[in-house]
Design a protein around this ligand. Sequence first.
Ligand code: SF4
Ligand code: SF4
Length: 467
Amino acid sequence: MKNLKIALSHLFSQNGKNFIFVTDTQSLYELDEDIYAVLKAIHDTEDKLVPPSTFDEGTEEELLACHVLVNADDIREDRRRVPEDFIPQIRVGNVLLQIANDCNLNCIYCYGSGGSYGRKREMMSWDTAKKAIDYMVEHCADQERLLVTFFGGEPLMNFPLIKQIIAYCDEIRAKTGKKFSYSMTTNGTIMNDEILDYIKRYRISTMVSMDGPKSIQDSYRCYENGCGSFDKIVPNIEKLKKVRGNHLTVRSTVCRPDMDMCKIRRELLALGFTNVVMSPVDTDPDSPLFVGGEYSKDLIESYRKLAEELVEEAKKTGRIDNILFSKAVESIYNRAQKIRSCTAGRSGFAVGSNGLIYPCQRFMGMEEYAVGDVDSGIDPEKIKVYFHATVVEKESCPDCWAKYLCGAGCVHTAVSQTGDPMKAPLDYCETYRTIYEIGLYIYSELKAFDDSFFDKLFKPTKQEVVC
Ligand code: SF4
Ligand code: SF4
């Protein structure tokens, strides 16, 4: 006798439609009302076992073929565990350099405490930058293209060092054939012809941090004297866009009370940006800006409205203009099983202006999470945890329906909210699962609109999506 149960999955309804998303196959199916009600009732039980004769033979066969139902005796433990005694090889493929541990702005939510990460304000030295680049080149194995990110504080406060690094990378390329790509996150307030020329010549992928229209920007992102930064940035947007081939991404931090993402996005697009990345503020729950906890329902509502707007736009443009949703949708399209969310601590590292090496920029200033320094290199023992932090091993992830869309989440968020990189931050998980559910809805709407919509948008790939 078959011992059937409902596979790890998520059942949800939106705009009068009922869906099931099957985790292992990353497949989304629309269900009719009756089947949905039966599946939902079983799904809500603890063991999710299907009582005999629940479905007629044809329906049961169909549900088995779609992997909505599985034979409970066939479920095996996921074997993709990293062995306990595993010692990582040091491999560095992308390095983020904290060019300046200082910032000319003093944003009220800055996790870097005004750009200085609670340390003395300083510029990275040439000696530190050179050692960091040399370390990456020596430890990149056979990776041909290496990524250097200029970060701060505000990296353009130390533009001379950026020029020196690029010149040095050019020398390395001439000697070794290694190619370098560059990216930079800037607040957009410091700009001149020479900087623009470098951005153009070296194709520095540039992301501007800006929160929205003048009223929002000037209340969150001010200079130390309290003056807003909006008027300083606006003239630079068109210049930057021109040197970036008419393409410019803005990263907006969403804070309470200004949580209307549709409005913020429209205003940023009207200023000239071509791509808007929006992230909820990462701040203390006691902060008046905090959007988690009791406020997360407002955040979700805002995401739902944004999703409706994105769907209507995508029908006209053929694009999904939001990185969070487009990555989720791409992952569903590719049926990719993302088991980690990013390269932090495995092949991606951040080097502080003082030469300490961290798993990523978010850890800068948390010295207990430094994994080495540019003189002695990375300690393999200290990066082991970043190999273990997968959906297979992290607490709560193996049974989470969204695990392959999430990839075990951000390690830094886990550390800052639970104190343990191997624990899932449950508040964050709740919010993100709902965001992924909205991503599934976007997928289904666009697929229904045009069955080949995603074939035109994405190239099929099995690659891991990187943060
Ligand atoms: S971090 Fe949370 S949302 Fe992400 S896979 Fe783990 S349990 Fe799921
Ligand atoms: S997802 Fe988190 S840990 Fe990974 S790079 Fe981004 S901030 Fe760092």
